[in-house]
Design a protein. Structure first.
Length: 181
């Protein structure tokens, strides 16, 4: 199955323009063109659908800066940061699936969410206390990267499983080379 590099480039441009329209210019009419009416938000802290995302953004006064955008097939992964609004800068990784020229699915992970820390467990010796914020931030970044890798692998596996019954399906060797890359 050959990659369509031109389509992947268009998908990256679409996502970067969508983020600029929504998060920086706050142009909800323009952003509506980039986010499908059947948009699915997979982030627990954001209300469902396109309206949930737009409602969240209406309450923000932050700017978005992208530092890296990567596309493969229908998926675009963007690494960037939200800054301003009197709050700490948040480093984010977003994965969007582009279907029929608009974002249909959205997953993200943010530095600063420590999935290892549970409020019901109290202080942990050697983990909490002096220097814990710095150590926990490093853990957060490592966890975010690991979760994004799992999501990307899941997306690849989903794509591969959708092609398995097709005559042009990838061989086992091609699947392994994709996973090893």
């Amino acid at each position: 199955m050959a990659r369509d590099l031109e389509q992947e480039t268009r998908n990256k441009a679409l996502v970067l323009e969508a983020f600029d329209a929504l998060f920086n210019r706050r142009d909800f009419e323009a952003a509506a063109k980039y986010f499908s009416p059947t948009y699915i938000q997979h982030s627990a802290g954001i209300a469902p659908g396109r309206d949930g995302l737009f409602s969240l953004v209406r309450g923000l006064t932050r700017r978005y800066e992208s530092s890296l955008a990567v596309a493969e097939g229908d998926y675009v992964m963007v690494h960037g940061r939200f800054s301003g609004g009197g709050r700490p800068t948040r480093i984010v990784v977003d994965i969007l699936r582009i279907v029929d020229g608009s974002a249909r699915h959205f997953r993200n992970d943010t530095e600063g969410r420590n999935s290892l820390r549970r409020p019901d467990r109290g202080v942990r010796p050697g983990v909490d206390g002096p220097g814990a914020r710095h150590r926990n931030r490093r853990l957060d970044v490592k966890n975010a990267i690991a979760r994004m890798q799992m999501l990307a692998t899941g997306a690849l596996m989903s794509t591969l499983s959708n092609t398995i019954d097709r005559p042009d399906a990838l061989s086992a060797r091609e699947v392994c080379s994709h996973l090893a890359a």
